[in-house]
Design a protein around this ligand. Sequence first.
Ligand code: SAH
Length: 358
Amino acid sequence: MISLIDLLYKNEDLEDNLLLELITHLDADTAPYLFEKALEKKSIFYKDTVYMRGLIEFTNYCKQNCNYCGIRGKNTTVDRYRLSKEAILNCCEEGYKLGYRTFVLQGGEDPFFTDEVLVDLIQTIKESYPDCAITLSVGERSYESYALLKQAGTDRYLLRHETATKSLYESLHPNMSFENRRNCLFTLKELGYQVGAGFMVGLPNQTPTDLVADLRFIKELEPEMIGIGPYIPHDETPLKGSKGGTVEETLVMVALARLLLPKALLPSTTAMGTLDPKGREKALKAGANVVMPNLSPTDVREKYELYKDKICTGDEAAHCRQCIEGRIKSAGFRVDMGRGDHASIHIPEEASSVQIKL
Ligand code: SAH
């Protein structure tokens, strides 16, 4: 195991059969070495920095029916909400005051948010906060739509590929196309977005071979960001009662992603914190370098329930900001409130949030 980890560290790649061997044979004795090497690799590009993003969950309406997701359209028990433009701008204002310089706008695939509505929203946020990066995460849209949103000022787009195995993807996503999801990711890249792909760990019927396929896909796509989180069952979905992923197996995937794509921005996800009070700290120590505290108004937090027992649903934005900062520091890292672009991107000084020295 140790020599395989060293080889991966050195080459930043490993043949699929060796990745499979790692995934299936790592244990409590050898995994810590993998995490150590992943952290070492991360430090080369990002030192001890952890970037903060302000997350705004602005609509839980969704026309899709992903079998794992709590806000799937067919879940009639969800109390649906969509934030007004004013409410979203208020979140940004509060976030800006708290120091955030990236806003992540995430939601279900809500037909209310047409290109026109989203373009207006993005332009207004950009005019008010030109020094901030905007990340959108609103699912699959057309080439034209992605182009318009980019033109309006969107910097980044998160669209997890969810799983790189066609049969597994299709079994989880009724009426969605595996090819289209991948095409969306390639389109977003082509349009110049900083792109976030990613996948869930511990999905029903997912095998170690599927996870190798996920790693191979991200190695090929080379996204700037990779969101990896454990699948957590939700009672109001067709997958109710399934087992779900563990923190340990997710940590292994985070660390492997770091070693395969050393410069990637890797979030330590809320789902990790949900499974284990120290889950997010553990992810940071296994090579993650981004956290996304919630900026959504407290009265809608509980309604954006993708999975069971999601944490922090009652907390004010300022509380989340402080809580996560404390966790980052206690894990031995330094908070960076800047835009936090990918290591390969040079942002002109005046557009970035360089700290002014007095
Ligand atoms: N509509 C957007 C945002 C989806 S929610 C899109 O299509 O990209 C963001 C992510 O939450 C999803 O991509 C999925 O990977 C994750 N997610 C959804 N349900 C989940 C669950 N039950 N457990 C863990 N993660 C889940």
